[in-house]
Design a protein around this ligand. Structure first.
Ligand SMILES: NC(=O)c1ccc[n+]([C@@H]2O[C@H](COP(=O)([O-])OP(=O)(O)OC[C@H]3O[C@@H](n4cnc5c(N)ncnc54)[C@H](O)[C@@H]3O)[C@@H](O)[C@H]2O)c1
Length: 391
């Protein structure tokens, strides 16, 4: 018998919002999840109006407090099975903590919180309630990210010596926040964004991509947070030089003032035997380069086991792609893969079976905390003129 679809409750995502939409499509991608409830706006009246205007019927709530309290009392199968938090950064912690206390699993946007103390509290709450918690580091959901992770961890490139992980954008090169762009307004406000704009918003994606693909952690950072656009309180350009857990080095860098760069997230991993390149704007490819050999470009869905070069490709990785090669997968597919994997853990949790949020399929609460610790260390280093700061 087909499983009942899981019910998802949105926190944030009213008219004009951005990231709720890729998530909403991803939730509905497989037919096994659907949006059934939402608290869409901080103003209760607007929240209800926007829920009434949603393209299909949902239970609208005037606030996330109301949604959490009311949904938690509904019988299983009728209540939300997990909450998706797509509010600005300062409205992640409170609803997340309340959901966890009410037994509702949480899929939360990044950066997970605004302060390290909040991040610690979420880690503790997840541990206490033994409940699934995911952080929406989108690009872990690209099939090619998983393939790149396999390649690096297989040892094909030797020991990792040097990584360049970057996220370059140009949309804040001007005072976008004064042009009625709500997404820019809150991102440059320390009360709503946190201690860093550029680092928190997209530097955390570059960091997560580095950690996911290499399996290495950042041990200490030397950082510069710069503000090129006059009048801003937060950085729009973020550069960290990092020492990795294996003794290797890395640059984790991000900018929002590089005109022409759109969502130019990428990673180059250099090992003692070879290197690997993955770029988000060409997300179907991974390039492997070994000395004295032609560069190899591997395309999603065109990777075959036993090609005479790659060995021991994991069966679950090979089973995953379902769109034939040359029909590009991208942003929405990555979100769908994250929700699909999170769904498995939520179903296990609801069935009181073991589940394993181990970070191999989506970012965990511990990964979310690492992102916040990284920003805190970078800010401290910058304040000390770029001195090395331990994570
Ligand atoms: N994973 C990614 O690739 C990615 C991309 C963009 C944004 N994000 C993250 O997603 C989050 C949202 O970003 P966005 O660009 O979509 O922002 P946005 O401003 O477009 O949308 C935020 C939404 O939250 C609502 N909201 C604010 N306070 C609320 C409250 N108290 N209760 C209910 N709703 C409330 C707003 O009304 C709006 O609908 C941020 O944390 C951001 O960092 C992640």
């Amino acid at each position: 018998m087909s499983p009942r679809p899981l019910n998802v409750g949105l926190i944030g995502g009213g008219a004009g919002a951005f990231i709720v939409h890729p998530h909403e499509r991803a939730i509905h991608f497989d037919g096994t999840r659907r949006v059934t409830a939402a608290a869409l706006h901080p103003d209760p009246k607007i929240a209800m109006q926007e829920a009434a205007n949603w393209p299909y019927p949902i239970r609208g709530y005037p606030s996330y407090d109301d949604m959490i309290k009311t949904e938690a009392k509904r019988p299983l199968g009728e209540r939300i099975d997990y909450a998706l938090i797509v509010t600005p950064n300062h409205v992640h912690f409170d609803p997340a903590l309340k959901c966890l206390a009410a037994g509702i699993p949480v899929f939360c946007e990044k950066p997970m919180t605004v302060t390290l103390d909040e991040a610690d509290q979420l880690v503790a709450a997840v541990r206490q309630h033994k409940i699934p918690f995911g952080v929406a580091h989108t690009y872990l959901g690209c099939w090619t990210s998983r393939f790149a992770r396999f390649i690096v961890r297989s040892g094909l490139l030797g020991d990792v010596r040097w990584v360049d992980a970057y996220y370059l954008q140009g949309w804040l090169a001007d005072r976008t926040e004064d042009q009625g762009v709500v997404q820019a307004e809150w991102r440059v406000d320390p009360k709503r964004a946190g201690a860093s704009c550029c680092g928190g918003d997209i530097g955390t994606h570059a960091l997560m991509q580095l950690r996911y693909v290499t399996g290495l952690d950042v041990k200490r950072v030397s950082a510069r947070l710069e503000t090129f656009v006059r009048g801003r309180q937060l950085d729009d350009h973020f550069t960290t030089y990092c020492e990795l857990s294996n003794g290797g080095k890395a640059l984790v860098r991000a900018t929002q003032i590089a005109i022409g760069h759109k969502n130019d997230l990428g990673i180059e991993v250099n090992g003692t035997k070879g290197s690997l390149v993955w770029v988000q704007e060409t997300p179907e490819q991974v390039i492997i380069r070994l000395p004295s050999q032609p560069d190899r470009t591997y395309w999603r869905a065109a990777v075959v086991a036993n090609d005479g070069f790659l060995k021991d490709l994991p069966a679950d990785l090979m089973a995953e792609p379902n769109i034939p090669q040359g029909h590009p997968e991208a942003f929405h597919d990555a979100f769908a893969r994250l929700h699909r994997c999170f769904e498995q853990d939520v179903r296990a949790y609801l069935d009181k079976k073991p589940f394993n949020c181990d970070g191999s399929k989506y970012a965990t609460v511990a990964d979310g905390r690492t992102g916040i610790a990284f920003i805190a260390a970078a800010v401290k280093s910058h304040e000390q003129d770029g001195a090395w700061v331990e994570m």
